[in-house]
Design a protein around this ligand. Structure first.
Ligand code: SAH
Length: 339
């Protein structure tokens, strides 16, 4: 078992089952996530026999970095998992801190037409520990502290719900990495039952929804998930989320040339979101050689932005990172050639 799969609660139960005080779990968390040890024998305040059974029961599984592509404001990692599958993570330097984008699955089954990740169907879910290990590896390799975490890499986080929630729990644990909930964002293409679970779980992390179209016909063409969970039900669920949690929802909207970037698309979006506690993040499309969609030109992006703004929708245009380092979802893995 990978020790990074265990929340502090899981470890407390483990130690209790061994006849120890549950406080041991806190000590181990401090060693793993504050002092960043990579071997149990480095835990100098823990008894030898405890270290012995930890060694028997657990491994500390870190990730192998296959490639690292650095640009001025971004660094993209390709990792190899223990079963040789490959995943990506991207670190972005903002003026407010360092933000890490992690993957949640090997491949993705959502099949969004514009997305590189989905060209490889889901092979498997990432374990909680493999998500934790992405975070640790990037901090270690770049010798930085990560201040913000987004689950926007390869995969659909809500198609791996339990592991994602455990991962957030570990990252958020005060005696560990202690990244604040408000600094964590989980992004979904709109799996409604899981959004409902998320409301019930009451996690204080931010929720982002990949919207990309404001009518069912277009959204179903771009994102097959919309045929299962349509826009009307999605918006209804999100209104409930806002009401129950008193939190704002972020909508991601990629601007695709000639597809969803016209004036009427903007007005339709205004109509859909009017009065909701939300904000829209317009994303200039990151073109990829395997997919025919094109990025909207700058003027169109600004016009789209203006229409939303004039209609009192909070809106930003996402800064573009890593064009040189193929940073869009799934691109690094897709371009990686086996030696
Ligand atoms: N499956 C989740 C999270 C991963 S995708 C989701 O759908 O939200 C993270 C975001 O990147 C999504 O909004 C996705 O639509 C967007 N994205 C995917 N490919 C992109 C590309 N080539 N350029 C810009 N954004 C892209």
């Amino acid at each position: 078992m990978n020790i990074y799969d265990y929340t502090i609660n899981d470890l407390e139960h483990y130690f209790i089952s061994k006849g120890e005080k549950k406080f041991k779990a806190t000590q181990v968390f401090e060693w793993l996530y504050q002092k960043r040890i990579t071997s149990f024998s480095d835990m100098t305040n823990i008894k030898k026999d405890v270290i012995r059974y930890l060694n028997d029961d657990f491994k500390i599984e870190n990730l192998k970095i296959l490639t690292k592509q650095e640009d001025i404001d971004v660094c993209k990692f390709l990792f190899e998992l223990s079963d040789k599958n490959k995943i990506e993570a991207v670190l972005m330097h903002h003026d407010y801190g360092n933000s890490l984008c992690v993957s949640s699955q090997v491949g993705c089954n959502m099949g969004c037409k514009f997305c590189e990740s989905g060209r490889l169907k889901k092979v498997r879910n990432l374990t909680c520990g493999e998500m934790v290990a992405q975070f640790l590896a990037v901090e270690e390799e770049l010798n930085i502290r990560i201040s913000h975490l987004v689950l926007m890499g390869i995969g659909e986080p809500f198609d791996n719900y339990d592991n994602v929630i455990k991962f957030i729990d570990i990252i958020n644990t005060p005696k560990g990495i202690a990244l604040g909930s408000r600094h964590i964002t989980v992004s979904t293409c709109g799996i409604i039952p899981k959004i409902k679970d998320f409301i019930k779980d009451g996690k204080q992390v931010n929720l982002a929804i990949s919207l990309h179209a404001a009518n069912n016909e277009l959204r179903s063409k771009l994102m097959p998930i919309n045929k299962v969970y349509n826009l009307d039900d999605l918006i209804k669920t999100l209104k409930d989320y806002i009401k129950q949690t008193n939190r704002r929802v972020t909508f991601e909207y990629i601007l695709l040339k000639g597809i969803n970037d016209k004036k009427e698309n903007a007005l339709e979006l205004v109509h859909l979101l009017r009065g909701m506690n939300c904000y829209v993040n317009l994303i200039p499309y990151n073109e990829t050689s395997h997919i025919e969609f094109k990025k909207s030109d700058q003027r169109t992006i600004l016009e789209f932005f203006d229409i939303l703004k004039k209609n009192k929708i909070s809106v930003t245009i996402r800064r573009e990172f890593g064009k040189k380092v193929s940073a869009a979802c799934g691109q690094l893995r897709a371009n990686y050639k086996e030696e």
